[in-house]
Design a protein around this ligand. Structure first.
Ligand SMILES: Cc1cc2nc3c(=O)[nH]c(=O)nc-3n(C[C@H](O)[C@H](O)[C@H](O)COP(=O)(O)OP(=O)(O)OC[C@H]3O[C@@H](n4cnc5c(N)ncnc54)[C@H](O)[C@@H]3O)c2cc1C
Length: 445
């Protein structure tokens, strides 16, 4: 007995090949074939087949009722049939045509096609980075000449669908199931992967939130493809149409642009507030594709017992409109009062560099940068921060940057709209006093 492939249903996606730990499956001429010498009827391949093309004789397919497995039905490839030539070659040890040996997928082609954004919906809220990524996804899709789709997985998610259209999705794939009510890695990874296998998008993006950072590696592993985490810039190579995924590398000392040439989909996460929020257009509509989810609660090992919301300050830092950020230049904790007074007058949120956090003047959730929070306020005032690349990647997309530093060569001055070169102990109190005076008198500028 061995796994049987229904050639009329197989779409040659290769999901079964990737799932089979015994290497008993391969894609030959676009159809899955089973090596009877290796197959041990474990049945894992059946679970991942998006079109139910695989079955074990006398056992029901996971998603289909028993009657549809009638061996007389249609042109099912039965284990009693003579093996195709390709399988005989395979069994005789002739060169094996693995799917990985096939030509690299064509970027911008029709087999793996479309840009997808996974819309993070948890506890009744959408992570705003999902909309930022729809804005970015639009640019990528236009550069390739393909469609832009949103993906919503969860339970009772219908309110999210019109929002996804409003932020630019042309089509929304939905898996709505009680098992997906609370976020858990396994069911979410299964749900997203099942859609990816079936519809084969070329690019998928997700926010580098705690959920995105957790589920995307699991999806990438299942798809045996690459994933670039925490990208700060995305683009499309005009010649190859490959996704250019740029992120800090080697401790932030270089910005590396990474390509995923031979595997699909191309996967990237992007931190909140790095990309611009697109315009929301009320009333925009598109296609909704609803898919079944074939798993049950008993299929998963983790259970959510209780949800306790975090009260960490960092939850607000990335939404702050005005930030006063402090670096080692302020010299000592007692001098923090200078920054606090300025922040008070402006109604700003206090943050800082890793230097200031490591000195114990601020808590880690107030750290801006590569290993802290990415911010995009309207105004970012930096006090005594040098502007190391690891700091800049977390704040350089702020709308307006004012930097105070006594070193005219400091890197922060290169990204600042206004650079004030001088001693912060003179400049900051003077600014605080002037802002106080103007705000008291209601002067707007
Ligand atoms: C893997 C990795 C991840 C990292 N992640 C982060 C991160 O997320 N965020 C982050 O910030 N850093 C991060 N860093 C650290 C980063 O490389 C820098 O070391 C750090 O940002 C320096 O902090 P700073 O600018 O406060 O201090 P410094 O580099 O020491 O700069 C102090 C500045 O204050 C100025 N100054 C001194 N006195 C005065 C004065 N009286 N008036 C005006 N100006 C004055 C000086 O000219 C100087 O430019 C990371 C590093 C690594 C390797």
């Amino acid at each position: 007995m061995t796994v049987v492939v229904d050639k009329t249903k197989c779409i040659g996606c290769g999901a079964c090949v990737m799932e089979c730990s015994l290497e008993a499956l391969d894609i030959v001429d676009g159809i899955a074939v089973v090596d009877p010498k290796k197959c041990q009827d474990m049945g894992n391949c059946l679970k991942v087949c998006p079109t139910n093309a695989l079955s074990l004789p006398n056992q029901p397919q996971p998603n289909k009722p028993q009657e549809e497995l009638d061996p007389k039905a249609g042109s099912k490839f039965n284990f009693k049939d003579p093996l195709p030539d390709s399988v005989q070659d395979y069994a005789q040890g002739n060169e094996k045509k693995t799917i990985r040996a096939q030509e690299a997928p064509v970027a911008g082609g029709t087999v793996w096609s479309g840009v997808w954004v996974i819309i993070e919906y948890n506890n009744g809220k959408v992570a705003p980075v999902s909309w930022e990524l729809l804005g970015e996804g639009r640019k990528l899709a236009d550069a390739i000449g393909c469609g832009l789709c949103g993906v919503v997985t969860g339970h009772l998610v219908d309110t999210v669908i019109p929002e996804a259209f409003a932020y630019g999705a042309e089509k929304v794939y939905v898996i709505d199931h009680p098992v997906l009510k609370d976020y858990r890695t396994e069911p979410y990874a299964e749900a997203i992967t099942s859609l990816v296998r079936k519809y084969q998008p070329e690019i998928i993006l997700m926010g580098a939130t705690s959920i995105g950072r957790d589920v995307f590696p699991a999806v990438a592993t299942k798809m045996q493809t690459g994933l670039t985490a925490d990208c700060t810039v995305l683009g499309i190579d005009s010649g190859t149409k490959l996704l250019q995924q740029t992120r800090p590398a080697f401790g932030g000392n270089i910005m590396a642009t990474i390509l995923c040439r031979t595997s699909r989909p191309q996967m990237a996460t992007v931190r909140p507030r790095v990309m611009e929020m697109p315009e929301r257009v009320e009333g925009r509509t598109g296609d909704v594709v609803r898919e079944e989810f074939s798993f049950n609660e008993s299929d998963f090992r983790t259970k959510v017992l209780e949800f306790i919301p975090s009260d960490a300050k960092s939850a607000f830092l990335d939404k702050a409109e005005i930030i006063v950020a402090v670096g080692l230049g302020i010299g000592a904790k007692r001098n923090m009062v200078l920054a606090e007074e300025l922040a008070d007058v402006l109604g700003a949120t206090l943050a800082g560099s890793r230097g200031a956090v490591e000195a114990g003047w601020l808590s880690h959730d107030q750290q801006v940068g590569q290993s802290g929070v990415t911010v995009r306020p309207k105004v970012y005032i930096s006090i005594g921060i040098s502007g190391a690349i690891q700091h800049l990647v977390g704040m350089e997309t702020s709308d307006f940057i004012i930097a105070i530093n006594n070193d005219p060569e400091a890197s922060i001055l290169k990204v600042a709209n206004y650079g004030i070169v001088g001693d912060l102990f003179q400049i900051v109190p003077a600014l605080t006093a002037e802002f106080k005076k103007r705000l008291q008198h209601g002067v707007a500028n």
